[in-house]
Design a protein around this ligand. Structure first.
Ligand code: ZN
Length: 360
């Protein structure tokens, strides 16, 4: 059993000092994500019982194959990119292909990225496809979108996406909120589209958001987003659990490179996000997911051996005990238990996330 802290990411969409309670530092800059895992994009530092860095990283003890999950704390002040993650075969083939000279760098690693967001407060997201007739009704209220609306009405979502990203009138984005209201969407959705238009007035990727379903989560509720499902997180603080990959193929709302045809190749028409309407204490177990999550607020829980687990303390205090000793966690630190470790017990007085791999 090892204790880690998160590796901080200062992406521009983060909340200024938004993760301070867990990062332990005020930087006066956006704090977007804290990574708990061994991914080379953000290897977690090991800390001692007093919470001080030991100079080592989790990746010094385990490789990415032994630690199949990446856990993050995320604070979004404004919408993240419209994105899709590749499933297993596509990631492996794409990664291999881009080793050839001249190929664009689309993939960060050869692994599938399937993820779940557990809201720690009120959280808004776009995830999965909005029904096409509803999407067409919104887009029909914008100028220059006739080709996209026609493509959508004949069932060709890929062509609709291509047409929206080629819209000639940049000011079209400004009309998103009014078009959403005119199409009869809820006040929450209208407000979300107004936010997108205000934050990304010059980004045609904003025009893709009407294609996506709107999701609002209360604290403790979760949305599971399998690889292939389009999404864009809008606002809020959450716990994010994913397979150990950083493969993000973007379509818009970003200053980073956009790979439209790669994204179209990764998007699924059939897969849908799963909404988990749960409260703290329940097991969050999406169908076919490579992980399960339990959010515990108090009491004792046995952690049987045989699977990789990460126990991340979000609030309060917790003790983790095994035959090898015991550790006390503070918020923003996590106990990492490998598949070979013996049974252990966690005793929590606060909020702790127990994330378990179901792969091994
Ligand atoms: Zn994502």
């Amino acid at each position: 059993m090892l204790i880690v802290r998160g590796a901080i990411k200062d992406y521009d969409w983060g909340v200024v000092d938004g993760l301070q309670a867990w990062s332990g530092q005020a930087t006066g800059a956006p704090q977007a994500e804290l990574w708990f895992g061994v991914h080379p994009g953000g290897p977690s530092p090991l800390v001692d019982m007093a919470g001080e860095p030991t100079g080592e990283h989790l990746a010094d003890h385990f490789d990415i194959a032994a630690i199949p999950l990446l856990v993050k704390l995320l604070a979004a002040a404004r919408p993240l990119s419209v994105q899709v993650h590749p499933e297993r075969e596509l990631a492996a083939a794409g990664w291999l292909n881009q080793q050839q000279p001249g190929e664009p760098l689309v993939y960060s690693d050869p692994f599938e990225k399937t993820e779940m967001l557990v809201a720690l407060e009120d959280f808004e997201a776009f995830a999965g496809w909005r029904p096409s007739d509803q999407a067409a009704a919104v887009l029909a209220g914008l100028t220059g979108t006739d080709d996209a609306v026609a493509a959508l009405r004949r069932g060709d979502r890929a062509d609709a996406i291509r047409a929206l990203l080629a819209v000639a009138t940049p000011a079209t984005v400004q009309g998103l909120g009014a078009a959403a209201r005119h199409a009869g969407l809820t006040d929450d959705e209208v407000a979300a589209y107004e936010t997108v238009a205000r934050m990304y007035p010059d980004d045609r990727g904003a025009l893709l958001t009407p294609l996506l379903a709107y999701v609002r989560l209360a604290a403790g509720e979760a949305v599971y987003v399998p690889a292939g499902v389009p999404h864009s997180y809008i606002r809020g603080t959450g716990l994010e659990v994913m397979t150990s990959s950083d493969n993000v193929i973007r379509l818009g709302l970003t200053g980073k490179p956009v790979f439209v045809e790669h994204a179209l190749g990764a998007l699924s028409e059939e897969l849908e996000p799963q909404l988990m309407r749960v409260s703290h204490g329940d097991l969050i177990w999406p169908v076919n997911a490579p992980f399960v999550v339990r959010m515990i607020t108090s009491g004792q829980e046995r952690i049987p051996h045989g699977a990789y687990r990460i126990l991340l303390l979000i609030d309060g205090s917790a003790r983790v005990v095994s035959e090898f000793g015991e550790v006390t966690l503070r918020p923003g630190t996590a106990a990492v238990i490998s598949a070979d470790d013996p049974d252990s017990f966690v005793e929590a007085d606060g909020l702790i996330a127990i994330v378990q791999s179901t792969e091994r």
